[in-house]
Ligand binder design. Sequence first.
Ligand code: SF4
Ligand code: SF4
Length: 247
Amino acid sequence: MTSLPKEQSKRRLGLVIDLDICVGCHACAVNCKEWNSSGYHAPMTDKDPYGHDPLGVWFNRIHTFEETTEAGQRTVHFPKSCLHCEDAPCVTVCPTGASYKRSEDGIVLVDESKCIGCKLCSWACPYGAREFDDDAGVMKKCTLCVDRIYNENLDNETRLPACVSTCPASARHFGDFSDPNSNVSKLVKERGGYDLMPEMECSPTNKYLPPRPRRDEKAADGSPPQRLEEANPEGGFLGWIDDLLSD
Ligand code: SF4
Ligand code: SF4
């Protein structure tokens, strides 16, 4: 079995994902695949991609749910990739040391040269974040674009995980959670960022920001939507659209 670093790393790099504004466009998943298909874990095998039973290695997957609330239904898009857990069971279960957590920044990686393809790590991960490459016979996963964020050949603006740099809605944020003044720490504090499935006791580094209440949520009790009234006291919908666009 493999040990985790004895002390918490000085830097804790990870993502904040805003479920309020993710539009489920899959741009992050596609750019992740594009970057990593020629990077650290290349190639990312696809089988029968346009057939009836497509199979492929995707480090980032978007799940879409319909949620029913008192005010009605809404759609929530939920992007999921490795959360670079502090207490990562995928590491401690690994019999060869192939799975490991970096002591310098907390990123969880797989050393393919040591992986025997036993899949114990994918069974141990409660989030389903591991990806087995059938052709290569080894386990792969999100690397937080380790070959991009430290790449000194790139300018500073580009040294972000591919998923973050491509999100058209700015629903993804990258930073250091060990710094209370970092962008990600502030977002978590201001918006009530939370751990995914805390009962699994993995202490995930990545955090999610919950969807905000719907604008018309107060209409559930039969009264007019509050924001609609505020935006356009004379009725009609143009004032409401102005308000929406200026937010
Ligand atoms: Fe391991 Fe899964 Fe946590 Fe990633 S999300 S560190 S694969 S347990
Ligand atoms: Fe370790 Fe590879 Fe087995 Fe996963 S599949 S537990 S990385 S040897």
